[in-house]
Design a binder for this molecule. Structure first.
Ligand SMILES: NC(=O)c1ccc[n+]([C@@H]2O[C@H](COP(=O)([O-])OP(=O)(O)OC[C@H]3O[C@@H](n4cnc5c(N)ncnc54)[C@H](O)[C@@H]3O)[C@@H](O)[C@H]2O)c1
Length: 265
């Protein structure tokens, strides 16, 4: 696959903040975009505006995800990039109070969905025999405890699945990676904080750069991983979080007088 060819790119959760920004980015880069969401209110008009296709799908239903991939292949003649992005916060609350139904629904939306997306994208990509790229949206909660329990567990699972499926599909020239966003203002996170301003203030206060990660930056990370520049990148998580997950100590910690601590030597 060369950059000059029009890529067929499938994005789930394309009606939401990160999915819509990613669809816009790939369309601007010249791709044939296939937008999917359980809710067509935002994704269907966006697909039309981008000259793409809207395919409704509930990512917790394997037959829906299989049909989505097949619709993309029917539209574009092939599938080059699959982005498993749909999600929600899911079950919240203390571990002793989280009910099993909410737990299972969260795992279905955030984890089973990625399995279905990887499985059916791989099926189509292996059949077409020209490689491909499978991407998913994990989270900083895929590495550390920065979200409710079920969400954190599911996003950790996406990290593991990305690595193991990358190992298998490398032989087919299919790369498998994920993007791990920090706190990005989207309908999902704005609902948690009550307003865009409150969300932004909380996000900036939490990371060492004191900045807000925007949806377009996550779209840029997906674009990089899907491009030929990323041709030797597989099994990786690309974190875009202003240092939130890697740098837990405050800057003041590093402001101590220079010296050398040698212990008992
Ligand atoms: N916004 C953040 O700060 C952040 C951080 C880390 C990871 N993420 C992840 O990014 C992804 C996108 O989230 P967002 O912030 O854009 O949220 P969002 O709520 O703006 O978008 C999520 C989209 O997923 C769709 N969706 C939900 N359940 C679905 C289902 N069963 N089938 C199909 N579509 C479904 C929703 O309709 C919505 O359009 C999610 O996987 C989320 O966990 C977001």
């Amino acid at each position: 696959m060369t950059e000059a060819e029009q890529k067929v790119v499938v994005i789930t959760g394309a009606g939401g903040g990160l999915g819509a920004a990613t669809a816009r980015r790939f369309a601007a880069d010249g791709a044939c975009v296939v937008l999917s969401d359980i809710n067509g209110a935002r994704a269907a008009p966006l697909a039309e505006a981008l000259g793409g296709l809207f395919v409704p799908a509930d990512v917790t239903v394997e037959a829906d995800v299989a049909a989505l991939v097949d619709a993309a292949v029917a539209r574009g003649g092939r599938i080059d990039v699959m982005i498993n992005n749909a999600g929600q916060v899911g079950a919240v609350g203390p571990i002793v109070e989280v009910d099993g139904t909410s737990w299972s629904r969260t795992i279905a939306v955030l984890q089973d969905s990625v399995f279905f997306g990887m499985k059916h994208a791989a099926r189509a990509m292996i059949a077409q025999g020209r490689g491909g790229v499978i991407l998913s949206t994990t989270s900083v909660a895929g590495f550390v405890a920065l979200a409710p329990h079920a969400y954190t567990a599911a996003k950790h699972a996406v990290v593991g699945l990305t690595r193991s499926v990358a190992a298998e599909l490398a032989a087919h020239g299919i790369r498998v990676n994920a993007v791990a966003p920090g706190n990005v203002p989207t309908p999902m996170t704005i609902a948690v904080y009550g307003s865009d301003a409150a969300m932004r203030a909380a996000a900036a206060a939490r990371n060492p750069m004191r900045t807000v990660v925007e949806a377009e930056e996550i779209a840029g990370a997906f674009a990089y991983l899907a491009s030929d520049l990323g041709r030797n990148v597989t099994g990786q998580m690309l974190t875009v979080d202003a240092g939130l997950s890697a740098c837990p100590l405050p800057a003041e910690y590093y402001a101590r007088a220079p010296g050398y601590i040698g212990g008992a030597e």
